[in-house]
Ligand binder design. Structure first.
Ligand SMILES: [Fe+2]
Ligand SMILES: [Fe+2]
Length: 205
């Protein structure tokens, strides 16, 4: 488990309550900013769960865990990924922080002992989405973008909210199209491309 191998990571005692333990881990490692963000994402994801008939606790847990790897430096993620023989796509090579979704999944399962596949899947693809995404995957993907971690309201906010009137697929597709059309995509992650092609085929056929 990577957390035990990095000497700068502080591991506070766990209580068994996920929300408390996520908050403690982020606080002890100087990531109050991430804690504020994941609480927002968990709230929005809970609302999406209610709206689209998903399991609320699953979506809240996914929201809380999705950026837990913020306590690891991107260079350390890259070193660990190379040493571990991970398959690393071009986007991750160019922008190592893109690995954070994969490390968040590893921390969720290896440290928090989460076994729920819906949670782990959504966490692992919350930045890129993936081919044939599940409703839980798309809900977290959208919740993360609506409760974004930067100043003000995201420029795609109204368009994505409106698209939710149709479906999670449409909202995901509207967000991805907006990002690409407005030069906001740093470099297409291989799973982003697969997700986009999948959604395009489903929604525009
Ligand atoms: Fe993230
Ligand atoms: Fe996030």
């Amino acid at each position: 488990m990577i957390l035990q191998k990095l000497e700068y990571i502080i591991l506070p005692p766990k209580t068994g309550d996920l929300a408390t333990d996520v908050a403690n881990l982020l606080r002890h490692n100087g990531r109050e900013d991430t804690l504020t963000h994941v609480i927002d994402v968990a709230r929005v994801n809970g609302e999406l769960a209610d709206r689209f008939g998903l399991v609320r606790d699953t979506c809240i847990a996914a929201g809380l865990l999705h950026d837990i790897s913020a306590i690891i430096q991107p260079d350390d993620m890259m070193r660990y990924a190379i040493a571990g023989g991970f398959e690393i796509c071009e986007a991750e090579h160019r922008f190592p922080f893109l690995l954070h979704q994969r490390f968040a999944r590893m921390i969720a399962s290896g440290y928090f002992e989460v076994e729920d596949r819906d949670i782990l899947s959504a966490v692992a693809c919350h930045t890129s989405l993936r081919a044939s995404p599940t409703p839980c995957d798309m809900a977290l993907f959208i919740a993360d973008k609506l409760a974004w971690d930067q100043e003000g309201t995201p420029p795609y906010y109204d368009a994505v909210w409106s698209a939710l009137d149709e479906s999670l697929e449409r909202a995901s597709y509207v967000f991805m199209t907006f990002v690409m059309d407005n030069g906001m995509l740093l470099y297409p992650h291989k799973d982003w491309t697969l997700a986009y092609e999948y959604l395009k085929g489903k929604l525009e056929s």
